[in-house]
Design a protein around this ligand. Structure first.
Ligand SMILES: Cc1cc2nc3c(=O)[nH]c(=O)nc-3n(C[C@H](O)[C@H](O)[C@H](O)COP(=O)(O)OP(=O)(O)OC[C@H]3O[C@@H](n4cnc5c(N)ncnc54)[C@H](O)[C@@H]3O)c2cc1C
Length: 465
């Protein structure tokens, strides 16, 4: 279909569904042409804002009939370009699917529309003493739908797991407009294939998730942070597994290279316990219901960190300091990117392979002449590698750096890891997927896609195409 006939079809749909907000003017559309991935920009043909499942269904029925491609957009904080409208079509924003439908205290669940922001959902359940642990660093802006569609993680995954571990049941609008619930609101379900878990990580390619039933737990009442500084990256990364092998159970272990901390401190105007000789830091969080126990746990890991030559180990003296340290950690990704054009890789390896991965990234950086800033969820073996362009020429950037990325990913594969832990494949990792997936995988993926979306209308132009 030509771009102009797609536009005409969307105009027809908008006039049929006059109660739903549609945008067509170029100035309004430009906000929907990018996300947080590099500097990519694909202005959409039009954007719509359904406010209920029924409205999503009505839009999809018509798009299906008119063969209009649809790109679902949550909050647009994705880091793989997964929501971007890379060809003519309709961006379907979930912004107005913003109601928390029910907090079921007795069954420890919440039913929510998927445009709800992660941090808003967290605050709502915490107000009744409950807790939704998945906490991407973007929690202040990312949507629950985006978290589901990417299988998002967060620092607390070390103790609590990731988004996938909290999903019980999903309401999904299929490409033809049919509406299904994928499972049941139960803790166990052995009734057919798990469509629920197939939807998690489906990146807007199989259906539009309109509601989710999520598991909750009682809210921990206390949290304690600890920052340890190290003179070398290998010691820093090696200490992570040693702590996890002990009887002490942190809820988060985050690794940060010195340069990332320094950039983030300046940008956020926040304090952090730096050390003049430190090359890298580990931030540990402990949470629970007994403040004294947390203190004992934190103290317990001092000896382990000393074995790995920690320069300094400092517990947070109060909540304000802890918040400042978290702020520095959460802002690293975003602030490092303001320094230079960048490519962010979301490498993940079995935890014990993390020290080797860090050294490998630096070795490959030396070979190709790039600076990298590494940070991330060390407790999960999930290392974000920000490759900075700095003074590299355009041809080095576009021709040589992809080769370096292939080498990094091949190393991840060789130690049992893969190319994305939580950011997804989307657009920018599509060309690397074959490093870890063979033709049999692609055939299965294509078969699943064709079953859900026989016309190929949902999120075309991404890794499956
Ligand atoms: C500063 C910063 C820190 C970050 N930290 C983390 C982190 O710690 N952990 C982590 O996992 N990620 C992190 N991210 C990445 C990003 O925030 C997550 O991937 C998040 O889950 C994306 O949510 P979103 O609402 O912005 O989705 P979008 O970017 O809008 O969309 C992402 C994908 O989800 C699909 N989608 C969105 N909503 C739906 C829906 N309702 N139904 C079907 N498909 C849908 C889209 O089509 C697209 O494929 C970070 C990003 C930034 C900018």
């Amino acid at each position: 279909m030509s771009n102009s006939s797609i536009l005409q079809s969307i105009q027809q749909i908008a006039s049929d569904l006059a109660n739903i907000e549609f945008l067509f003017s170029a100035s309004e559309l430009s906000d929907y042409g990018s996300d947080y991935t590099e500097d990519l920009f694909f202005p959409p043909t039009a954007v719509c804002f359904p406010a209920s499942t029924q409205e999503v269904s009505a839009i999809m029925q018509r798009c299906y009939a008119h063969n209009v491609p649809v790109f679902t957009r949550g909050a647009g904080t994705g880091l793989s370009g997964a929501c971007l409208p890379v060809s003519a079509g309709l961006v379907l924003s979930t912004k107005k699917l913003n109601r928390i439908v029910d907090i079921d205290v007795k069954n420890l669940t919440v039913t929510t529309e998927t445009g709800v922001v992660n941090g808003v959902l967290k605050a709502a359940v915490e107000a009744v003493g409950l807790y939704y642990p998945p906490d991407p660093a973007s929690q202040g802006s990312c949507s629950i739908g985006g978290n589901l569609a990417h299988g998002a993680g967060g620092p607390r995954a070390v103790k609590y797991g990731i988004t996938r571990d909290y999903v019980l049941n999903l309401e999904v609008v299929l490409p033809n407009g049919d509406v299904i619930w994928t499972g049941a609101n139960t803790l166990k379900n052995s009734t057919g294939f798990s469509l629920t878990h197939l939807m998690v990580g489906s990146e807007g390619m199989l259906g539009i998730i309109t509601q989710a039933v999520l598991k909750l737990i009682p809210k921990p009442t206390h949290e304690l942070l600890l920052v340890a500084s190290f003179a070398n990256l290998h010691d820093c990364a090696s200490a992570v597994n040693a702590v996890l092998l002990s009887k002490y159970k942190p809820c988060a272990i985050e690794l940060m290279e010195k340069s990332g901390v320094e950039i983030s401190m300046v940008a956020t105007q926040s304090t952090f316990p730096t050390h003049p000789e430190a090359e890298a830091y580990l931030l540990f969080a402990f949470d629970g219901f007994d403040g004294d126990d947390l203190f004992l746990q934190a103290e317990g890991i001092f000896g382990i960190l000393d074995t790995y030559n920690a320069l300094d180990i400092l517990p947070s003296p109060n909540a304000d300091t802890a918040n400042a340290w978290w702020k520095v950690r959460r802002a690293i990704g975003e602030t490092v990117k303001q320094v230079s054009p960048y490519k962010e890789e979301d490498t993940i390896v079995p935890r014990s392979a993390m020290p080797g991965l860090l050294l490998k990234v630096k070795e490959i950086g030396g070979k190709y002449g790039f600076q990298s800033v590494c940070y991330g969820h060390a407790g999960d073996g999930n290392l974000h590698v920000n490759i900075l362009k700095n003074n590299l020429s355009d041809s080095q950037w576009t021709v040589e750096i992809p080769k370096a990325i292939v080498e990094i990913f091949e190393y991840c594969k060789s130690v049992g890891g893969t190319i994305s832990g939580e950011h997804g494949i989307g657009l920018v990792q599509a060309s690397y997927l074959s490093i870890v997936m063979g033709e049999s995988h692609y055939q299965l993926f294509r078969g699943i896609k064709a079953t859900f979306d026989p016309k190929g209308l949902l999120n075309p132009g991404k890794w499956l195409d």
